[in-house]
Write a protein that binds this ligand. Structure first.
Ligand code: CP
Ligand code: NVA
Length: 305
């Protein structure tokens, strides 16, 4: 059987994604049992970070410890990868010593290249293209608060970035409608849009996208690696903020999510994270539970082969 990786949501079937979320919800309730059982005692995860992180690093590291395993933080400052050792060589060597590897990097092709040469499962912990682990947590959070997201409408307000593109794949995998509102010139990948035209629309009007929405989501205007564009983006995105007034346009009971870190006064109003509709703190915590379920899924699936 071919080695299973998690580079985008499309590496799993809709049924497998539902299974992972179901397990995440279950593992959240059974933390004491997991700590006692230590199902992955002796297993080691490598965590390659070429960009900063708070939630992703801590959730994977804590999650592996709770499962009985260990997680090793590897930064380009301290590894030969950072001094130009080829990705393929690094992948062959690291995967010969580790049981599972997560990578946060820039171009998505760097992750794909690493996975191609790895003999153990590789997890996308964010690339410029996608952030699928965040989507597991977001889908878990929606389900916990409102039940199934199938048939609902999600409004993405902001940049057509890695999170937006992950929501596009989620729309197909979890069967919901996605209305994207972004400034002209900041749309997601054109080919991806064409492939999802049956359920994903793009407008340049945040209020229009928010109408009839059950979930409003946003992210920073300038992602990691785009720091030089911050000022230009502040101008372009000025009318793409999730605030109390925009929430009022959405359906009654609509939720608000943000993957964090957030910039108050930019993509969200000052108090939006504490708004009654906000589930952003649960969403952040669920990274821990969803990723433990993902690690369990990948280790068990690959053990079958
Ligand atoms: N949401 C998220 O991935 O956060 P970090 O950048 O802190 O890992
Ligand atoms: N789009 C953001 C997400 C951070 C979790 C970034 O890539 O910086």
């Amino acid at each position: 059987m071919a080695l299973r990786h998690f580079l985008t949501l499309n590496d799993c079937t809709p049924e497998e994604l539902q299974h992972i979320i179901h397990r995440a919800i279950e593992m959240k309730k059974q933390l004491a049992n997991i700590r006692q059982q230590q199902p992955f005692k002796g297993y080691v995860m490598g965590m390659l970070f070429e960009k900063s992180s708070t939630r992703t690093r801590v959730s994977f590291e804590a999650g592996m410890a709770q499962l009985g395993g260990h997680a090793m933080f590897l930064s380009p400052r301290d590894t030969q990868l950072g001094r130009g050792e080829p990705i393929a060589d690094s992948s062959i060597v690291l995967s010969s010593m580790l049981d599972i590897i997560m990578i946060r990097t820039f171009g998505h092709e760097r992750l794909v290249e690493f996975a191609k040469h790895s003999s153990v499962p590789v997890i996308n912990a964010l690339t410029d293209g996608y952030h699928p682990c965040q989507l597991l947590a977001d889908m878990q959070t929606y389900q916990e608060h409102r039940g199934s997201i199938q048939g609902k409408k999600v409004a993405w307000i902001g940049d057509g970035n890695n999170m937006c593109q992950s929501y596009m794949l989620a729309a197909a995998q979890f069967d919901f409608e996605l209305a994207i509102a972004c400034p002209p010139g900041y749309e997601p990948d054109k080919a991806l849009l064409e492939a999802h035209a049956d359920r994903v629309t793009v407008t340049h009007d945040a209020e229009y996208a928010a109408q009839n929405a059950d979930l409003l989501v946003t992210d920073v205007w300038a992602s990691m690696g785009q720091e030089d564009e911050q000022k230009a983006r502040e101008t372009a995105f000025a009318s793409f903020q999730i605030n109390e007034a925009l929430m009022d346009i959405a359906n009654d009971g609509a939720l608000f999510m943000h993957c964090l870190p957030a910039h108050r006064g930019e993509e969200i109003s000052e108090n939006m994270l504490d708004h009654p509709s906000s589930v952003a703190w649960d969403e952040a915590e669920n990274r821990l539970h969803a990723q433990k379920a993902l690690v369990e899924f990948l280790l068990l699936e690959n053990a079958k082969g």
